[in-house]
Design a protein around this ligand. Structure first.
Ligand SMILES: Cc1cc2nc3c(=O)[nH]c(=O)nc-3n(C[C@H](O)[C@H](O)[C@H](O)COP(=O)(O)O)c2cc1C
Length: 197
């Protein structure tokens, strides 16, 4: 076994220079983002309907399976996002787990709010959700936990369904790019297109 203390000088920031923190132990937002970009995230769309019947949704990477008994899911919503109020105010929401083929959907739900539901929409227990997803969770909100500039939303799963693309790979987000298992989506698609008929 070898044990070695990692020093600040061992770190490499986005520009390739050594260093991990600025000031007296305060990690800069940029370094924090760069380090967290090393973490591969799942990609999901969280959606809800408000009291006036308007649909709201956004692409999230923070969706995590939290508990089996009872079945709970959680995710973190930035206070500044347009979906924060509608999701925190509504009693119910839906999580659409995106499949590897759904990169455009992920981009749409992170883009201008007016365009988000322009694609294939399905209704799950009356909640709007993304069509042809890998899976769907219809949830009832149980808890909101404030954490820094985000709210952790916890929901009990009322309904869980595997979608038509459930057996395929998930869409992932890593180093600020979308990927599928086995390599970046573009590379995989190129190899796939070239396979023998
Ligand atoms: C891959 C990916 C993952 C994201 N994950 C989150 C997340 O977990 N929480 C969050 O608040 N925003 C997340 N976002 C950003 C939201 O999608 C985006 O800020 C939000 O939709 C902003 O739009 P709005 O303010 O108009 O709602 C993510 C964006 C992308 C592209």
């Amino acid at each position: 076994m070898t044990v070695r203390t990692v020093k600040k000088a061992d770190g490499v920031d986005a520009e390739g220079a050594a260093g991990t923190a600025d000031g007296a132990g305060a990690v800069s937002a940029q370094v924090f983002r760069d380090v967290m970009a090393c973490l591969a995230m799942p990609v999901a769309v969280v959606s809800t309907v408000d009291a006036a019947g308007r649909w709201h949704g956004a692409t999230l990477g923070s969706v995590v399976s939290l508990s089996l008994d009872p079945p709970l899911v959680m995710f973190a919503l930035g206070h500044g996002t347009g979906v924060h109020r509608p999701v925190c105010d509504s009693r119910r929401f839906c999580v659409s787990i995106l499949a590897a083929e759904q990169r455009e959907t992920a981009e749409r739900f992170a883009g201008p709010a007016a365009d988000r539901f322009a694609g294939d929409v399905v209704l799950l227990d009356g909640l709007p959700a993304v069509g042809a997803a890998a899976g769907w969770l219809a949830c009832t909100r149980t808890e909101l936990v404030e954490a820094g500039d985000h709210t952790i939303v916890i929901g009990r799963i009322d309904d869980a369904l595997r979608g038509p693309q459930g057996a395929g790979g998930p869409l992932l987000y890593h180093q600020r790019r979308y990927h599928r298992l086995g390599g970046p989506a573009e590379l995989y698609q190129t190899a796939y297109a070239r396979r023998p008929a």
